[in-house]
Write a protein that binds this ligand. Structure first.
Ligand code: IMP
Ligand code: MG
Length: 197
């Protein structure tokens, strides 16, 4: 567990668990704006007539990324949620992906953009994209904020990628370790001490 008890000497105790900042919130904000512009252009006339998009954030990791992204997209859209479990608890290795909740709504004939925090083993997109195609979406594209530099991540196609990162375990901006640290504004690595807790 992170150090949860603030004290006058240590008002931001989660910060003690940060090893280094890999991508600052400022850099994320710039890239999110670019991705939003690209996805908007690809889903606007003359490419599409509009109002046909459903954005599907993969919960819970994509929550913060998706909320920033969609507020930069000035087009009519629906939002549907899907929840996938792949790194339960304190694991830092994917244990295989499972759809544990599907609330995407009616997507038949709609253009779907799946939004995830990170492409790692590829298990999540490999599971989610075909499931949405089976629901007869007109098209399914994928957008990930981060892609790890490992063969499994490059073996799975992603249409929009925010940043390429080394094959390290990261938290913050929605990404968790044992469900903590999602609220850190930057993408960071944890100290070995924090990972052992
Ligand atoms: P994949 O299914 O292995 O491609 O990984 C996708 C999911 O695993 C992500 O949506 C995250 O929830 C989780 N994940 C993968 N790498 C990391 C990491 O470095 N930190 C935190 N979560 C991760
Ligand atoms: Mg996760």
């Amino acid at each position: 567990m992170p150090n949860l008890k603030p004290s006058p000497e240590n008002p931001q105790p989660m910060d003690d668990d940060i090893d280094r900042v890999l991508i600052s919130h400022d850099r994320i904000a710039v890239r999110v704006k670019e991705l939003a512009a690209q996805i908007t252009a690809d889903h606007s006339p003359p490419n599409l007539s509009g109002a046909e998009i459903t954005i599907v954030p993969v919960m819970t990791g994509a929550m913060i990324f998706a909320s920033d992204l969609i507020r930069r997209m000035p087009i009519a859209m629906k939002i549907g949620l899907i929840q996938v479990s792949s790194y339960p608890g304190r694991n830092v290795q994917s244990l295989g992906s499972q759809i544990v909740a599907n609330q995407v709504g009616e997507i038949r004939g709609r253009h779907v953009v799946v939004v995830d925090d990170i492409l790692d083993s590829g298990g999540t997109l490999h599971r989610v994209v075909p499931a949405l195609r089976e629901m007869q979406a007109a098209s399914v594209k994928s957008c990930v904020l981060l892609r790890k530099d490992r063969p499994t991540a490059h073996a799975i196609h992603a249409d929009y990628v925010g940043f390429e990162i080394p094959d390290v375990f990261v938290v913050g901006y929605g990404l968790d370790y044992n469900d903590y640290y999602r609220n850190l504004p930057d993408i960071v690595t944890l100290t070995s001490h924090a990972q052992a807790k």
